[in-house]
Design a protein around this ligand. Structure first.
Ligand code: GRF
Length: 193
């Protein structure tokens, strides 16, 4: 079973999943492998890691397209070339239409840097600090038409420290994202996907 990972930037979550998938027994145990990394930005840092790892890569830049739908039609073609059992959004910064989500219904995951349902949307770390939260974290969820609201597969929590800035908290959460995302991908396949 093929996994296709979509990125827009550094791809540290993608790299964590690729590393986990390269561990002894992972591919055999799950019957799954990372087949390709696709980005909407040619300058995404994660593409060089993917190429070093010998993974297929593709870039589908959203800018030349006249509409979101036209861009997504091209993106779907690039993804489906790998016949994915699972599509993983990892730092992928494009809002996807209900049509795209429906096409991958039940096999489309995302990681969001908050403990959903708290703080959907952007600037989650700043909002958590401003709200006086003591705990923050990340959520891996199924992507549905409603942004940041799909069924939750897994979560991980970190403390918010008194002197935390948005940056220090983001760094602490990102480290834990690299644990929870591979764990969630494993659980997706353990459910006999
Ligand atoms: C991270 O903050 C993650 O929570 C969000 O995208 C950001 C960058 O992720 N989904 P990555 O390093 O590109 O995986």
């Amino acid at each position: 079973k093929n996994i296709v990972i979509l990125i827009s930037g550094g791809g540290s979550n993608m790299a964590a999943i690729v590393r986990a998938s390269r561990q002894r027994g992972w591919a055999e145990r799950l019957g799954a492998r990372v087949a390709a990394v696709i980005s909407n930005r040619a300058d995404a840092g994660g593409l060089s890691f993917a190429r070093e790892q010998g993974l297929a890569t593709a870039v589908v830049d959203h800018k030349p397209f006249p509409s979101r739908e036209a861009f997504e039609a091209e993106l779907v073609k690039a993804i489906d070339a790998h016949q994915p059992a699972l599509v993983v959004l990892a730092g992928f910064m494009r809002i996807l239409t209900p049509g795209f989500v429906a096409h991958y219904e039940g096999r489309l995951l995302n990681i969001h840097p908050s403990l959903l349902p708290a703080f959907p949307g952007l600037h989650t770390h700043r909002r958590a600090i401003e709200a006086g939260c003591r705990v923050a974290g990340a959520t891996v969820h199924q992507v549905t038409a409603e942004l940041d609201h799909g069924p939750i597969l897994d979560q991980i929590a970190v403390p918010i420290l008194p002197d935390d800035t948005e940056e220090s908290l983001a760094a602490r959460v990102l480290t834990q994202e690299h644990l929870v995302y591979p764990r969630a991908v494993e659980s997706f396949f353990h459910q006999g996907a």
